[in-house]
Write a protein that binds this ligand. Structure first.
Ligand SMILES: NC(=O)c1ccc[n+]([C@@H]2O[C@H](COP(=O)([O-])OP(=O)(O)OC[C@H]3O[C@@H](n4cnc5c(N)ncnc54)[C@H](OP(=O)(O)O)[C@@H]3O)[C@@H](O)[C@H]2O)c1
Length: 315
């Protein structure tokens, strides 16, 4: 049996949504997905209680200059909030990604409907740490950043005091730390214990589950929000092509999943402690697909096991 877990949506809301879908179907206005009529799930950021939609986007492939590539990314940034999402994750380390987002969001004029998360650099001179952090405000063309995280622990001691100071000054709304490398998990645990973090960001997917052992439970215990990076296996090693020729199991409908991406994102979202996932998305078709994973039912423990067993059967 599937359940809703850790979300702001009640069973009554689900039933209401399902009834609305049925009525729409009877009237011939059939939505693209049955779960369309359901609201986007949100979860509370523990340090403030602010609600965040559970599916954001990752932008490590926003390092582009060609007009057609900028146009597809502009579509994604325009439609993310229209589809119910809000969180855009970038980093200084993603080439021009911060600048591209700053430019496109300025053109769209939708800064206030987005939750912009970025990261401190992974290399370079840190002798003036304020100037290093200030650079992100310039690139993103904003006077406040929703979340800034220390990236892969480069310069934690030099940069963390600036993050804390800027949070006090309300230039940063939230601060955190992030990695996607298992050998850095001990450092992540140490930073979580040592600093008052609002967020961490860490990798987790059906194919890489180690962070669920210690990191997610510690985040839950300490009231730290968790963003999941590389939820589809990572841009360089995504497992989506491996699933492309396999039929989606019929039981995916029990959690309102109509694609492999939705099944896997819902699997990630059902892990205890997770606040939101940030699949890397550069095209509208994937944005729509992924945002849909934030609606409807999520796996319970039995469904999670079913998904894990299916994955294991693929070898
Ligand atoms: N903190 C860190 O150290 C760290 C490390 C890695 C990543 N990150 C962040 O996490 C984000 C996510 O990680 P990631 O982008 O490396 O990997 P990912 O989200 O696991 O996978 C992205 C890949 O999946 C494809 N994809 C997305 N939606 C799909 C769908 N519905 N159906 C089929 N394919 C789909 C993407 O293609 P399209 O481009 O065509 O949509 C891309 O090739 C990054 O963008 C970045 O913001 C952070």
């Amino acid at each position: 049996m599937s359940t809703l877990s850790g979300t702001s949506m009640s069973r009554r809301t689900v039933v209401k949504g399902a009834v609305a879908t049925g009525i729409a179907a009877a009237l011939g206005r059939v939505p693209a997905f049955a779960a369309d009529a359901l609201p986007m799930l949100t979860r509370a950021i523990p340090s403030t209680g602010e609600q965040l939609p559970v599916i954001g986007i990752g932008t490590n492939a926003f390092d582009v200059t060609a007009a057609d590539e900028l146009a597809t990314r502009k579509d994604v940034l325009q439609n993310l909030p229209l589809l119910g999402g809000r969180l855009v994750d970038t980093a200084r380390g993603y080439g021009r990604s911060e600048e591209v987002i700053g430019q496109l969001v300025a053109e769209l004029g939708n800064r206030k409907s987005l939750f912009l998360a970025t990261k401190t650099p992974m290399a370079g001179d840190l002798s003036n740490p304020q100037a290093v952090v200030d650079e992100s405000f310039k690139r993103l063309r904003t006077d406040y950043i929703d979340l800034m995280e220390i990236h892969n622990f480069y310069g934690t001691d030099a940069l963390m005091p600036v993050l804390k100071e800027y949070k006090q000054a309300k230039k940063l709304r939230y601060i955190g730390a992030t990695t996607s490398f298992e050998p850095q998990y001990p450092q992540l645990l140490e930073v979580m214990r040592k600093h008052p973090l609002d967020f961490i960001q860490v990798n987790f997917s059906i194919d890489a589950r180690l962070s669920a052992k210690e990191i997610l439970p510690l985040a839950k215990e300490k009231g730290i929000a968790v963003l999941i990076n590389m939820p589809l296996g990572g841009r360089r090693g995504s497992f989506m092509p491996k699933l492309a020729d396999k039929p989606l199991p019929a039981w995916a409908s029990e959690i309102d999943a109509t694609s492999w991406a939705q099944l896997m994102l819902k699997y990630n979202l059902s892990q205890p402690g997770v606040t939101a996932v940030i699949p890397g998305t550069t095209i509208m078709a994937h944005l729509r697909d992924n945002q849909q994973a934030g609606r409807g039912r999520l796996p319970d423990a039995a469904m999670r096991k079913r998904i894990e067993d299916l994955w294991a059967s693929f070898g």
